[in-house]
Structures are given as structure tokens and as C-alpha cells.
Design a protein around this ligand. Structure first.
Ligand code: PEP
Ligand code: MG
Length: 759
């Protein structure tokens, strides 16, 4: 690079290159942009990129500017070959002024490389995996300087995720006719256990052009009509806004609306979309492809004014899409074994699919302790979360295997593989039938000591499932779930009816109703909370203390619902200080006085606090003294203690409830609660893990509340061990300092005790 190229200029272009690459439609285009732009920006003579091919386990020469283009995709290097292999193996840059004299140098016939002396190669690394190597070369015999090296390293780090994603999609598409040669397996995070084989139904979030699945249409004429109606509706909308604004904004801004309307016309965007529909695509797919292609063109423009027009175009496309989606809602014909696949799986949708048809869920975002995964677990539906590389928009209607144990999905599996998974499913069913019989037995340890098992609820279907399944009560009723399924806050009377049915279903057994816990990964569609750090933000009790009208309506509804049943327990989420607790208790007392004044006679409910943030662990005794019970929310407690977002697949491997710090916190809470004479339970997912249940019993937890589907397995496990066994195991693991060793020790002990961990 010439000395005149200032580092600032390079850094400025970094953003542009990354933007362009992100807008590319596939891996080939992205790599071509990278090599072209890097060569230009660094003013070098050559830029090439090698990508690792998992099938051949070699680095393929994928794109170049400056070497022989005819070799693109045609030659490759083994893992130990050449300077490329060396960069990849060492996982760090290699900067040479005379490449040829390096002992690892391999000459590639016909590449034209012989004249270039200097060489700078940097690895492209994603999630600790080397995806390939980016190389620049020059005739001049000189080392690239530090700024040049920093530029290439930064660019490579920025592009790695995008290359990984595009690479996965590419391997899915390539050789579609030869399933054997095609990569069809996509990793994710284990969401809820179980295996399912079914058909994909892609779930599109509203008005997201990038998430529209590819689908053919059977009747193009009808589809065209649907599209025309959507266009007409948007045109009317835009004209209405124009009329509304015409007296308030400047004429040149009004002209923008006219341009909008023209874009919808048949000789502009509208025509292109119609053409694709006539060729057999469905309207939503045709629209998203046409709009996104134009958006990419605008985004790549130099002129900032024109670049901004990309936003207008996208907005217009989203408006039309929203109409198309509204028209097709309710028209989905869910196949026999539906597997819902999407960027996100909203709770409301889980309820929409007829229960008998829902085989599994797969989500591109989220992780094993996201609420979507918890709901799936509650319903006994296998799920895989965080399948970030899954080209989900392209697999609508495909056959899919969901392996919720390992956290992976397979698209269009080969017949032998499908057979293997069917057999595994059969074995799981047989084991579930065997466990079923345990449910009617009392829950006690091998030495006869009773253990109280509660169930977590929230979904209606789950309620049916849990009835009579051997739980002694409800340890956590997530009230936000009925809130998530609606289009506005339910009224107090609506809430009273919902809560009444829960309380009646379990009476005389206790039902622990948690006050609204929204925020984090639970956003109500009608009460959006946009925050940089939602899990550290306005969540749970923080929201309801700021909105006493919501809190009061809810607890009044709970209290009224318990009239004559007297089995209500109220639980407060996300308490992080005594002040919050005092404020919430004061509101609760107010609600009780109010409804007593209205003539209701209600028994005083037990009130409890969830311990799910670290401050509550250290103040457990202070909190417990003020209430009747404590209940640990281990899902949040784990994320906050370990600083690992429970909803982020990238750090899912670090989310470890068997971490020694978590176990020590659990011990501390139960001891603190007991010291002041209060019972302590746990209602996070950890309670449903058979090995953890054993440890929790040994710690002294009074109740374990879990998903209905975990009850049988936990009960069967606890019945095999005595309290002395459990205490001995706890003492052993508390001496260990590593989460993985703790898990392995617990599993080993379960196996030795005759517990089948998985079919
Ligand atoms: C928890 O955090 O452990 C808990 C039970 O609450 P939720 O999963 O709903 O946040
Ligand atoms: Mg929680």
C-alpha cells in the first residue's frame, strides 16, 4: 500500500466494506466483494480468500483479484499445505517480505503468483473455528506495515460471522439433487429434550422482509389478485398520510409520498413482483426478493441521499408485506407433524397450532433457557434453539429431524438416518410409558423421606397435562403467559376468570401465582419495551412497581379468584432490595383492604419472594423475614451470577447451573431461609434435572417445582437414593471447582444408581 493511504481512510472504508458484504445475496458474491474492496482499499496487487470445505477438509481457493480467476473454486490446499495451512494452524497472521523463501511455501501452477514477493495472510475465525484465510500479496519485497495488518485482522473478524452463515446456507443449497453430498445438519443449542421427525412450517415475524420463506404458489392468478389488493391498500394508506401532512410539511417532502405511490405502480416495483408471481412464486416471496434487491442497490450507492432511499424502500416493502401477511393469517394448514421454525417462536403461536400436530420447534435466536424453550419443555415438545446458521427461509415444507438432546437439526435426512431417528423416538416413547407408572407412587427417597414436588404452569394445555400427574401443587404459575397470548392487557375480571380456573383445577392443593414478570425476553406485543440491555433493565417487579395500576388489578384479580378456595400463594419476581419488597407488600395490603371494603371475604394468602438476582442471595434472610416463603428462580440466578445471557446462543456453553458458584449460592439461600424459619423452594428449570434434584434435596430445599414433563423422571430418580446418598454426593461436588466435573460426577452417580439418563 502506498504510504499516502492514511490509516483513518482504511478504517473508514472498513465500515463500508462490511456493509456491502452484509448486503450480498450469497457467499460467492460476498467473497467477490471482499477481495475487490480489500485490494482497492489497501492498494495491493493481490487479494485472495481461501475457505475451509468441511466435506473435503481442505482450504479451497474461492475468490481472487490479481491471481488467475480461472482457478477460483478449482484448487485447494490440505490442512498442512503451504502458507495458507500455516496461517490456519497457527491461528495468527503471517507477514512475510519474501514468501517464496519460507519453508512452507508451495507454488501453485498457473496461478500467476510467482511475481509477488510479499505476503500477508490472516485467519478468518468464527467461534474458535478457522473458516479460512484472507491473503494480500505484492510484487515489492517488503513487509506489510502494522496498520495494514490491523486493517486486515479487523476486517476478517468482522466478516467471520457473515461468512459462516453464508457458508452454511451455501452448503445446504449446493447439490440439492444429491442429498448424500450435501450438508444438511445444522447445530444449535439443546432447548427441550426429545427427538421429532416432521415437516417444517416457517414462522415469519410480522413485516420482516428478510424472514419471508420461499414458497411456490399453486394459483398465480389468485395470488396476483391478493398482491393487487395489498398494493391498493398501501397506496390508500400512503395517500392518507400525504393528505394528513400536506398542510404541515414542506412541498419537497410531500413529493416523497408521490414517489412512493409511483413505486408501487405496475411499471416499477409492482410490475417486477407481478412478473415473479406469474412465474409461480407466492406474493410474499416475490415481494421480498424484489424489494431487497433494490434496497441492496441503493445501500451500495456513494451518494448519502440515495443511500437513505433504501430505508424508504424497505419501509414501503414492509407495509405491503404486512397486508399480505394479514390476508394469509389463519390460512395455514398445519401438517400432521408440524415443526415450527423461525427467527423467533412467539408464545402465542405455540397455542395456535393444534396440540396434537405440534411435533417440535426450532428457533434461530434464543438459547436453552429462553422462555420459548421453557414453554416447549412444559408442553413436552422437543426444541432446538440458537440454530443461527439455519437457512430457515428456504426450508418451508422440508422434512426435518429435531434432536433436542444434542441441539441439532437435520434437513431432508437420508433414509437410513431417518430410520435411526425413528427408532430413537420409539425408544423414548417406551421409556416415557415406563416412567408414567411412577407418577402414581408417592414421592419419597429410598429411605422413605418424603419430598414435595410442585409443577410449573402457565399454558392451558399444560394445565390439562399436569392434572393428576402427582404434583402436590403449583410452585410457579407464570401469569405473563396469558398476557402474552392477547392483544391488550386483560381486564381485572378477565384475569379473575383465568386465575380462578387455575386455582380450581388444583384445589385444595396450593397454587403459587407469580405477579407479572415481563421484560427480558418476554415482551408483550402491546407493551413493547425497547432496551439495550433488557435483562438488566425494566423487568419483573420493576415494571409493575412503576405501574401500580397493573399490579393492583392483577393482585385484586388473584385475591378475588381465590374466594372460597383459599389455596392462593402470591410470589414476587426479580426482587433485588428490601425496598422493592416493602413497596410491593404495601400495594398488596392495599389491594386486600380495597376488596374487603367491596365486601369480599378472602383468606390471607401466603406471600413469597423469588430469589433470582445475586443481591437477593446475600439478603435472603432479610427478605425471608418479611414474607412466608422463598423460591429460587435458578434460571435467572444462573444468568446473573455467571453474567451469561440466558437468551444468547453464543454464550450458551457458559450457562452452567452446576457451576460451583451457583451451587454455593443455592446452599446459602436455603440456609438463610431456614435460619429465620421460612420454607425455601426452587422453581427454575434446575429443579427438573434429576441429578440437580438430588443435590437440592440434600441442601434442604422444601419443595422442587418443575415442568410437568420432568416430574416422572425426577420422582423415579429420587426414589432410588436415600438422604444419606444425596448428602454424600452433595459433599463430594461442593469440593469440586469445575462445573463440567460436577456434572460428570453427578451423572456418574445416577448411572451407578441405575438411572437411565437417556434412552
Ligand atoms: C427463573 O428465573 O428461574 C424463573 C423460574 O423464572 P423465569 O424463568 O420465568 O424467568
Ligand atoms: Mg426468572
Amino acid at each position: 500500500m502506498g504510504a499516502e493511504a492514511a490509516p483513518r481512510a482504511m478504517l473508514k472504508s472498513l465500515r463500508r466494506v462490511a456493509q456491502e458484504v452484509f448486503a450480498a445475496s450469497d457467499l460467492g458474491e460476498a467473497l467477490a466483494i471482499i477481495v475487490r474492496r480489500v485490494r482497492e482499499t489497501m492498494r495491493t496487487e493481490v487479494c485472495s480468500v481461501y475457505i475451509h470445505d468441511p466435506v473435503t477438509d481442505r482450504y479451497v481457493f474461492m475468490a481472487t483479484e490479481g491471481l488467475n480467476k480461472e482457478l477460483e473454486g478449482r484448487f485447494s490446499l490440505g490442512l498442512d499445505e503451504g502458507l495458507i495451512g500455516l496461517v490456519a494452524r497457527r491461528e495468527e497472521p503471517l507477514n512475510l517480505d519474501d514468501a517464496e523463501s519460507h519453508p512452507s511455501f508451495v507454488f501453485i501452477e498457473g496461478s500467476g503468483e510467482e511475481v509477488f514477493k510479499s505476503f500477508l495472510g490472516v485467519p478468518i475465525i468464527h467461534h474458535r473455528q478457522v473458516l479460512g484465510v484472507l491473503v494480500v500479496q505484492q510484487r515489492e519485497r517488503r513487509r506489510f506495515d502494522e496498520e495494514e495488518e490491523a486493517f486486515l485482522v479487523t476486517l476478517s473478524a468482522q466478516l467471520a460471522g457473515m461468512i459462516a452463515h453464508a457458508g452454511a446456507a451455501r452448503s445446504f443449497r449446493r447439490g440439492t439433487r444429491d442429498p448424500a453430498a450435501r450438508a444438511t445438519e445444522f447445530p444449535g443449542v439443546a432447548g427441550s429434550p426429545g427427538i421429532a421427525v416432521g415437516r417444517v412450517v416457517v414462522v415469519s415475524p410480522p413485516a420482516d422482509l428478510k424472514a419471508v420463506p420461499h414458497r411456490d404458489c399453486a394459483d398465480p392468478a389468485a395470488e396476483l389478485q391478493v398482491f393487487q389488493q395489498a398494493i391498493a391498500a398501501v397506496r390508500a394508506e400512503v395517500l392518507a398520510i400525504r393528505a394528513e401532512l400536506s398542510t404541515r410539511v414542506r412541498p419537497e417532502e410531500i413529493a416523497l409520498f408521490d414517489a412512493y405511490v409511483m413505486l408501487l405502480d405496475d411499471h416499477a416495483l409492482g410490475g417486477e413482483v407481478s412478473e415473479r408471481i406469474r412465474a409461480g412464486q407466492w406474493a410474499q416471496g416475490a415481494l421480498s426478493q424484489v424489494v431487497l434487491a433494490h434496497v441492496r442497490t441503493f445501500e451500495a450507492m456513494e451518494d448519502p441521499y440515495l443511500r437513505d432511499r433504501a430505508t424508504d424502500l424497505r419501509d414501503l416493502g414492509r407495509r405491503v408485506l404486512a397486508h399480505l401477511q394479514a390476508d394469509s393469517r389463519g390460512a395455514i394448514d398445519y401438517p400432521e407433524r408440524t415443526v415450527l421454525v423461525g427467527e423467533e417462536i412467539p408464545a402465542a403461536l405455540l397455542a395456535e397450532v393444534p396440540e396434537a400436530r405440534l411435533a417440535a420447534i426450532v428457533s434461530v435466536s434464543g438459547s436453552g433457557n429462553s422462555h420459548a424453550a421453557i414453554l416447549a419443555r412444559a408442553m413436552g415438545v422437543p426444541s432446538v434453539m440458537g440454530a443461527v446458521d439455519l437457512p430457515f427461509a428456504e426450508i418451508d415444507g422440508a422434512e426435518i429431524v429435531v434432536d433436542g438432546h444434542e441441539g441439532r437439526v437435520l434437513i431432508d435426512p437420508a433414509p437410513e438416518l431417518r430410520q435411526q431417528y425413528h427408532e430413537a423416538m420409539e425408544a423414548e416413547r417406551a421409556q416415557a410409558r415406563e416412567l408414567e407408572s411412577t407418577l402414581d407412587l408417592p414421592c419419597q427417597l429410598a429411605d422413605g423421606m418424603p419430598v414435595r414436588l410442585f409443577v410449573n404452569t402457565g399454558l392451558d394445555s399444560q394445565l390439562m397435562r399436569t392434572l393428576g400427574r402427582g404434583a402436590e401443587g403449583v410452585g410457579l404459575y407464570r401469569t405473563e403467559i396469558p398476557f402474552l397470548m392477547r392483544e391488550s392487557f386483560p381486564t381485572e375480571e378477565e384475569q379473575r376468570l383465568i386465575y380462578r380456573s387455575q386455582l380450581e383445577a388444583f384445589a385444595p392443593r396450593p397454587v403459587t401465582m407469580r405477579t407479572l414478570d415481563i421484560g427480558g425476553d418476554k415482551a408483550l406485543p402491546y407493551f413493547p419495551i425497547e432496551e439495550e440491555n433488557p435483562f438488566l433493565g425494566w423487568r419483573g417487579i420493576r415494571v409493575t412497581l412503576d405501574h401500580p395500576e397493573i399490579f393492583l388489578a392483577q393482585v385484586r384479580a388473584m385475591l378475588k379468584a381465590s374466594a372460597g378456595l383459599d389455596n392462593l400463594r402470591v410470589m414476587l419476581p426479580m426482587i433485588s432490595s428490601t425496598q422493592e419488597l416493602d413497596d410491593a407488600l404495601a400495594l398488596l395490603a392495599r389491594a386486600r383492604t380495597e376488596i374487603a371494603e367491596e365486601g369480599w371475604t378472602i383468606a390471607t394468602p401466603q406471600v413469597g419472594v423469588m430469589v433470582e438476582v445475586p443481591s437477593a442471595v446475600y439478603q435472603a434472610a432479610d427478605l425471608a423475614r418479611r414474607v412466608d416463603f422463598l423460591s429460587v428462580g435458578s434460571n435467572d440466578l444462573t444468568q446473573y451470577l455467571l453474567a451469561v445471557d440466558r437468551n444468547n446462543a453464543r454464550v450458551a456453553a457458559l450457562y452452567h447451573p452446576f457451576h460451583p458458584a451457583v451451587l454455593q449460592a443455592l446452599v446459602r439461600v436455603v440456609e438463610a431461609g431456614h435460619e429465620v424459619g421460612r420454607p425455601v423452594g426452587i422453581c427454575g428449570e434446575l429443579a427438573g434435572d434429576p441429578g440437580a434434584a438430588l443435590l437440592l434435596v440434600a441442601m434442604g430445599y422444601d419443595t422442587l417445582s418443575m415442568n410437568a414433563t420432568s416430574l416422572a423422571r425426577v420422582k423415579a430418580t429420587l426414589r432410588r437414593f436415600s438422604l444419606a446418598d444425596a448428602e454424600e454426593l452433595l459433599a463430594t461436588v461442593l469440593r469440586l471447582d469445575d462445573a463440567r466435573r460436577i456434572r460428570a460426577t453427578v451423572e456418574e452417580r445416577l448411572r451407578a444408581g441405575g438411572v437411565a439418563l437417556r434412552p
